[in-house]
Design a protein around this ligand. Structure first.
Ligand code: NZQ
Ligand code: ZN
Length: 394
């Protein structure tokens, strides 16, 4: 097991009615002026925004809300919101929504705490983030894990670049997690969300670190089996509280760093997928499953025993040679994605078969113009990225 440093400071309030504790908990974090971010309107329609605003105001807090965050959240929205939050003198940012809304809240917190710096500078690496405001999240969609993660992903729509920022300042202070709030998510978001959760652990299971790490492996395997099982149950009944609870909790655990302890993360498919979302605005989870099979088939020979372990622990595959089992595990994963309705190639993703120059542009952006090698299980340079995109390009 490799050395690690693990700090997840987020206070998690989990269960039915969790959001009713928002006022009490925000006050404990010294909030006075709460700037609320939300998305395209689902929380207006179902009354959640109004209910939370009222409870905060009744407790003596000042609030100002800004909606309109789009999936694959945009930099222009963040810049506008930063100006509004500064004018409002916000001292706490509260997200009510899914990953896009939470990531936008994180960006607003960073921008508001550093009014003299353009917020994108933290994402393109030209400025270092040294302070921010506390962020809380009322989670309405289990997927990105942003409610506990150290990451925030923003798209600069002027350049089409979707970029992640990893920093301890991205860890929310508070997460309110009521599985009942996720009952209304559209089926597409349910399956994209649980696929993203699965991928957050998959992309930490296959890495360059080969030392024994039994406990982290078993946590990861249990998480993946639980997510697969709960997804099948949730598809049948989205009001299955227990299934939606397993999914919600797995979403946080999958991306808080727990399943990489003593190891590292690879995130090849996230890097490849972000390019697809940046260019074609496709849903994040779908961008991942659309390339996972191509990635796995391209790289599995690098560590056949690891793929065979995955096949055995996740899919119960024990027959055949080690290589046959490894391949059967990949096929079982792809069959699962198809069973729940997720895309496994570009056509199913809805972008169609792409020309060679598009694949090259995607690979170019993924590897910073061919200057960077990303991921580590199988290091991905520009030519490798093109080869993997080619396999998915059907
Ligand atoms: O905008 P509204 O009207 O609220 O509708 C949203 C949105 O259209 C809807 N929705 C959410 N909760 C709902 C609901 N509809 C009905 N009932 C509810 N309870 O779902 C749609 C998608 O929301 P979004 O927030 O975009 O989804 P998700 O949570 O999957 O977040 C995706 C974003 O997170 C990033 C992704 O790249 C993507 O931009 N990620 C963030 C990470 C992080 N910060 O750690 C890690 C991930 O790997 C990921 O990259
Ligand atoms: Zn993800």
């Amino acid at each position: 097991m490799q050395a690690f440093n693990f700090k997840v400071p987020t206070e998690i309030v989990f269960g039915r009615g969790a959001e009713d504790k928002a006022a009490e908990k925000l006050i404990a974090y010294n909030a006075h002026r709460v700037f609320i971010t939300y998305g395209g309107g689902s929380v207006v329609k179902n009354g959640l925004l109004g209910k939370i605003e009222k409870s905060l105001q009744n407790a003596g807090l000042f609030t100002q809300a800004k909606g309109g965050v789009k999936p694959n959240p945009r930099l222009s929205w963040v810049r506008e919101a930063v100006q509004e939050a500064i004018a409002f003198k916000a001292d706490f940012i509260l997200a009510i929504g899914g990953g896009s809304v939470i990531d936008s809240a994180k960006a607003v917190a960073h921008g508001t705490a550093n009014p003299e710096i353009d917020v994108w500078s933290f994402w393109n690496g030209t400025a270092k983030l040294t302070q921010s405001l506390p962020v809380g999240a009322v989670l309405t969609l289990s997927a990105a894990g942003s409610e506990t993660s150290d990451s925030a992903v923003i798209t600069n729509e002027e350049t089409g670049k979707k970029a992640g920022l990893n920093t301890p300042f991205n860890r929310p202070a508070l997460a309110f997690m009521n599985p009942e709030l996720t009952y209304t998510i559209p089926k597409k978001q349910l399956i994209c969300g649980t696929s993203d959760i699965l991928m957050h652990t998959l992309e930490r299971y296959f890495t360059s670190v080969k030392e024994e790490n039994a406990l982290t492996d078993r946590i990861a395997e249990a998480l993946m089996v639980t997510v697969i099982d709960a997804t099948r149950r949730a598809i049948k009944d989205q009001t299955d509280y227990d299934a939606m609870s397993e999914i919600m909790w797995a979403g946080s655990l999958s991306h808080c760093g727990l399943t990489e302890l003593g190891r590292c993360k690879d995130f090849a498919c996230h890097k490849l997928g972000h390019e697809l979302s940046g260019r074609f605005d496709v849903t994040h989870g779908a961008s991942l499953t659309a390339v996972w099979g191509a990635w796995a088939n391209y790289v599995y020979r690098d560590d056949i025993p690891r793929f065979a372990q995955f096949a055995a622990k996740i899919w119960g595959i024990t027959d055949g040679s080690e290589e046959e089992r490894a391949k059967a595990g990949i096929e079982a994963t792809l069959a699962y994605f198809k069973e729940i309705g997720m895309p496994v190639n570009f056509t199913e993703l809805g972008i169609g078969v792409q020309d060679a120059d598009v694949l090259e542009a995607l690979a170019d952006s993924c590897t910073a113009g061919g200057t960077k090698v990303v991921a580590n299980f199988h290091p991905i340079d520009k030519q490798t990225a093109i080869a993997i995109y080619q396999l998915a390009n059907q």
